[in-house]
Design a protein around this ligand. Structure first.
Ligand SMILES: NC(=O)c1ccc[n+]([C@@H]2O[C@H](COP(=O)([O-])OP(=O)(O)OC[C@H]3O[C@@H](n4cnc5c(N)ncnc54)[C@H](O)[C@@H]3O)[C@@H](O)[C@H]2O)c1
Length: 396
């Protein structure tokens, strides 16, 4: 009874607030219930070739295969012995043709193919991207686009020259939690962000064979974290300081690192602090201040026993942690190529992140602080500190 006096009017007498904007899945449900054709895609499906059905390929195929906006015509992979299994496992129709890389000219010469998905090892990206763009196809490519900044730049130039879309798959940008954090930061909810902290510890331990062709931990892993910092803060760092070591002898033997601490300093004074590890035994640890780890089961988060509180495990690895992000990234790419939506992952951002990655690797190897000069780069005004000061102080 003591609290009865606090009861307000019946909820039926109050105006219902409706679903919050961040619950985009509920909005999708409402659209489905309304069955409003004006919200439905009407364009013909894109006709696609998929290169590579390994780890990344399997993640994306789970979405591509049931997406009515995509008609897959070719699958290219160098494991010919797996073609029958692929066909059965994914229930591919008979009109999908399987090719080995040597036969990939068929894809490039087929005018009906307008879209190419690249999920092959990093060393092969550049050639597939160039061949696809040269033959007038839009490209969705797993990161990185190429192994060097110079090649990456040329790929974007080619895309521009051919009037085609080149999309670098930075899936974390499409993760609802990170997107929400970015929106809050850019709206000013947190004021001037002074320090951002990030933790990325990979799970499971990647095979050494994969690491050998990955381009190194900076280009393979930290590239995602650096992209996040630049994207969240809306500025590019001018100072990079890294301390890195290889605790695992197998990683040391291939001249790579597994344990890294990075400090990025931005012109506004903001500082980003990042700790990375190639291996986390307890699942994929991906945190940024205000974005915590996620768990497969949310409603039974912990058990209390005599030994204390036991939490459910966090997601084991990126395919499960970022499942929604991969789906949303694909829909975004289709919106860009089918409806001309503005692309969310721009060429200048990819090139800027590569530059930060290269500076970080240099700092790790030399032990020196590396300063970055952006004066000759194509950084848009809104990412420039002087530009924001100009607006804040009206004529700095
Ligand atoms: N963004 C992410 O979350 C993410 C996650 C994993 C991997 N990746 C990227 O995806 C790419 C692939 O990595 P992975 O782990 O899937 O590798 P993987 O070795 O598991 O798979 C590669 C597949 O490509 C096939 N292949 C090799 N050469 C080919 C060619 N020339 N043409 C067609 N197929 C070919 C292989 O047979 C294999 O099936 C890498 O560039 C990696 O950086 C991104």
């Amino acid at each position: 009874m003591a609290t009865k006096k606090f009861a307000g009017p019946s909820a039926y007498k109050l105006q219902q607030p409706g679903p919050p904007e961040v619950d985009f899945l509920f909005t999708e449900f409402l659209n489905n219930v309304a069955a409003d054709v004006s919200t439905k895609e009407t364009k013909e499906p894109v006709v696609a070739a998929v290169f590579g059905l390994g780890r990344a390929g399997a993640i994306h195929m789970a979405t591509i295969n049931r997406n009515s906006r995509i008609k897959v015509k070719y699958i290219v992979d160098d494991r010919k012995d797996k073609f029958d299994e692929f066909k059965k496992f994914w229930a591919f129709s008979d009109d999908i043709t399987f090719l080995t890389p040597k036969e990939s000219e068929k894809v490039y010469n087929d005018k009906s193919v307008n879209t190419v998905f690249v999920f092959t090892p990093t060393t092969t990206h550049h050639q597939i991207v160039v061949n696809s763009l040269s033959n007038g196809k839009d490209v969705f490519c797993e990161k990185p686009i190429a192994e060097t900044a110079e090649e990456t730049k040329k790929c974007y130039e080619l895309a521009k020259q051919k009037g085609r879309t080149l999309f670098a798959a930075f899936m974390r940008r499409f993760d609802p939690a990170y997107r929400d954090l970015k929106n809050r930061i850019r709206r000013g909810d947190l004021g001037h962000v002074q320090i951002v902290k990030g933790t990325t510890r990979d799970s499971p331990l990647p095979p050494i064979e994969y690491l050998k062709t990955s381009g190194g931990v900076f280009f393979d892993c930290l590239v995602h974290d650096f992209d996040m910092f630049l994207w969240l803060l809306g500025e590019v760092p001018t100072r990079v300081q890294v301390s890195a070591s290889a605790l695992m002898e197998e990683i040391k033997a291939i001249n790579d690192f597994d344990t890294i601490a990075t400090i990025l300093t931005f012109p506004s004074g903001a500082v980003a602090i990042l700790d990375n590890s190639r291996y986390s035994s307890y699942g994929i640890d991906q945190r940024m201040i205000k974005v915590d780890n996620q768990r497969p089961s949310h409603s039974t988060e912990y058990l209390i026993g005599q030994e204390g509180v036991k939490f459910n495990p966090i997601y084991y690895s990126f395919p499960s942690r970022y499942k929604l992000a991969y789906q949303r990234e694909l829909e975004h790419f289709l919106d860009v190529i089918q409806y001309g939506a503005p692309i969310d992952v721009n060429s200048w951002q990819i090139l800027a992140v590569s530059k930060v990655v290269a500076a970080a690797e240099k700092s790790a190897r030399t032990g020196e602080t590396v300063y970055i000069d952006w004066s000759k780069d194509d950084i848009p005004a809104e990412y420039s500190y002087l530009h924001s000061l100009h607006h804040t102080f009206n004529g700095y």
